[in-house]
Design a binder for this molecule. Structure first.
Ligand code: 13P
Length: 259
């Protein structure tokens, strides 16, 4: 099965509406290749403005989280209905920062994935191993387990077009150290085997954690990598464009089409 190649950036708790509009206006002047699906994941306050600003461009817009219930007494939460009203293209679920800071568990992640799919939203599920799991040689086992629990009971048709991002906790953020391509290849191959064994070949596998224009190429060239999920290095449109172009040329060679 041929899957699309994805490159996106999660902005975490960064960017006002004005900063979001400035980013997207500058990104619109960049020549993005049409064989990479590019997405940004702004904070909730900037989502509606981002979606409007990106409407005339190929850039997709995602949300950083959602609740599994449709409505109710859940102060501070956002439901799938609120996201579909804005027209978001995808929703991030289970990022390790939310698992650590906001009490997300494999059970809440699974409930959210189910609710996202029921609402017609494309889930971007994040899984990650911690340093102890890395040091014990248990990275692949840890994330395969998380992914199995996130997708439990869902059919290949329901998960077709879904995104799964492997983001090692030890590789993310200021204190992160980038994973080697060998490590990413090994973990992605384990995730792909698990997905294929369940008929979930329509799920694309992204890698994230200290990705930048210097290391994106070899990661993008790996067989079981269908995309990259980038934080800091893509918080400027020029940074995102640099990652997209490097990754694309390693992935597809230089003969690809441009917009
Ligand atoms: P960094 O690229 O800043 O390490 O963040 C990755 C990430 O968490 C994307 O969701």
């Amino acid at each position: 099965m041929t899957r699309d190649f994805w490159i996106g950036t999660g902005w975490k708790m960064n960017k006002t509406i004005a900063e979001t509009l400035d980013y997207l206006a500058r990104l619109a002047t960049v020549d993005l290749p049409n064989d990479v699906r590019v997405f940004v994941v702004p904070p909730f306050t900037a989502l509606a403005a981002a979606k409007r600003a990106a409407a005339a461009t190929p850039v997709l817009v995602g949300a950083q989280n959602m609740h599994w219930e449709e409505a109710g007494a859940r102060t501070g939460e956002i439901s799938a209905r609120m996201l579909t009203e804005i027209g978001v293209d995808l929703v991030e679920i289970g990022h390790s920062e939310r698992r650590a800071d906001c009490g997300e568990t494999d059970a809440t992640v699974a409930a959210k994935v189910r609710a996202a799919i029921a609402a017609g939203l494309r889930p971007l599920v994040c899984v990650g191993d911690d340093r102890a799991e890395l040091e014990a040689g248990a990275s692949a086992e840890a994330v395969v387990r998380q992914a199995k629990l996130a997708f439990a009971g869902l059919t290949p048709a329901e998960l077709d077009g879904g995104l799964l991002a492997y983001e090692p906790i030890w590789a993310i953020g200021e204190n992160g150290r980038p994973a080697t391509t060998d490590h990413v290849a090994e973990v992605h191959s384990a995730l792909r085997r698990m997905l294929d064994a369940r008929g979930l070949d329509g799920v694309a596998l992204l890698y994230g954690g200290s990705v930048d224009a210097d290391n994106a190429g070899p990661l993008a060239a790996l067989d079981d990598v269908d995309g990259l999920f980038v934080g800091r290095a893509a918080w400027t449109p020029e940074g995102l464009a640099a990652v997209v172009h490097v990754a694309r040329s390693w992935r597809f060679g230089d003969a690809g089409a441009h917009l």
